[in-house]
Write a protein that binds this ligand. Structure first.
Ligand code: SF4
Ligand code: SF4
Length: 307
């Protein structure tokens, strides 16, 4: 890998980013800088990043800082302050305690690359950039510009995607990614619609194309284990059968439930799917899920786990 002396020329394509997390170790090989792009066409009831759902820049409300003075007119639900009307800017200016903050910012690919460069020394031992979200493919041009520039600079590139996106966009981004984390959350279509608001046909079609195409070896299929929604032996068996039938050496990752997302919901004025936040699965339960995957065609050494 050649660490660039300077940031490559900017393509001029701007994107909306809601977070940049440095030194991440769960979003691909080595130490990663994960860039979270705003906007997602799905509405998974358990979404781990509710602040990334809307494509536009809105506000977050930090209740601990709020003195309930009423100056913003939207205490408790920052979504009342419609982005672009000027209302949110006025509210930000009027808030005396910084209880309101913007939930994203506009960036150019060059600015993202400049962030990436700060950690370039760590990438010498593996690592690179991961685009996440939201759904990164919802900002296809920006995602392609960032990944293209990162590749040109010699960085390892990865993308985390729901694959709920047009074929052309998936193929374009896959060609620019050294690692593709593709979610397969729920196999049954009716259950998928109920939990995410959309059919999974496009997703399954994209998975099938990826796993039978030239990028198959770069794909890791993931199922986040959400109690009552995705985490059943039946669902994991169906996903495992489907993906191993397409590409027998497929890598499959089971992502244990992460209870931390619940804490983000009050910031956004949205409601979380669990009134009582469940615990992550224990070793025994994880073994049950692993066994369902193995029984249905995933090779034991191709099962990955993040707990
Ligand atoms: S202006 Fe700020 S401190 Fe006052 S109610 Fe609104 S969020 Fe709370
Ligand atoms: S696909 Fe990801 S970002 Fe989009 S709603 Fe589902 S969990 Fe949230």
């Amino acid at each position: 890998m050649t660490v660039p002396d300077q940031v490559p020329a900017d393509s001029g394509t701007e994107g909306t980013v809601f977070d940049i997390r440095r030194f991440s170790i769960h979003d691909g090989e080595g130490i990663r800088t994960t860039v979270f792009l705003k906007g997602c066409p799905l509405r998974c009831v358990w979404c781990q990043n509710p602040e990334g759902l809307d494509p536009g820049i809105g506000l977050l409300w930090f209740s601990g800082n709020c003195i309930y003075c009423g100056a913003c007119g939207a205490c408790g639900d920052p979504r009342q302050l419609i982005a672009g009307t000027g209302a949110e800017t006025a509210a930000l200016e009027n808030c005396p305690t910084m209880a309101l903050r913007r939930d994203g910012r506009i960036m150019t690919p060059g600015q993202v690359l400049a962030e990436l460069e700060k950690d370039a020394v760590f990438y010498r031992h593996g690592g690179g950039i991961t685009l996440s979200g939201g759904e990164p493919l919802a900002q296809e041009d920006f995602a392609a510009a960032v990944l293209g520039a990162a590749k040109e600079a010699g960085f390892h590139t990865a993308v985390e995607t729901s694959l709920y996106a047009p074929r052309k966009g998936v193929d374009r981004i896959a060609a620019l990614s050294d690692r593709i984390f593709a979610d397969c959350k729920i196999f049954n279509e009716a259950d998928h619609i109920a939990a995410t608001g959309a059919s999974n046909r496009i997703i399954l079609d994209n998975i099938a194309r990826l796993l039978t195409g030239p990028h198959a070896g770069r794909v890791i299929v993931r199922t986040p284990l959400i109690p009552g929604f995705t985490a059943s032996e039946e669902n994991i068996a169906s996903v495992a059968r489907f993906i191993s039938g397409l590409y027998p050496p497929v890598r499959y990752e089971l992502l244990n439930y992460n209870p931390l997302a619940a804490g983000k919901y009050p910031l956004t004025g949205r409601e979380y799917c669990f009134a009582e936040n469940p615990d992550p699965y224990g070793a025994e339960e994880m073994e049950t899920f692993r066994a369902a995957a193995k029984k249905n065609g995933i090779r034991p050494d191709r099962i990955l786990e993040w707990t």
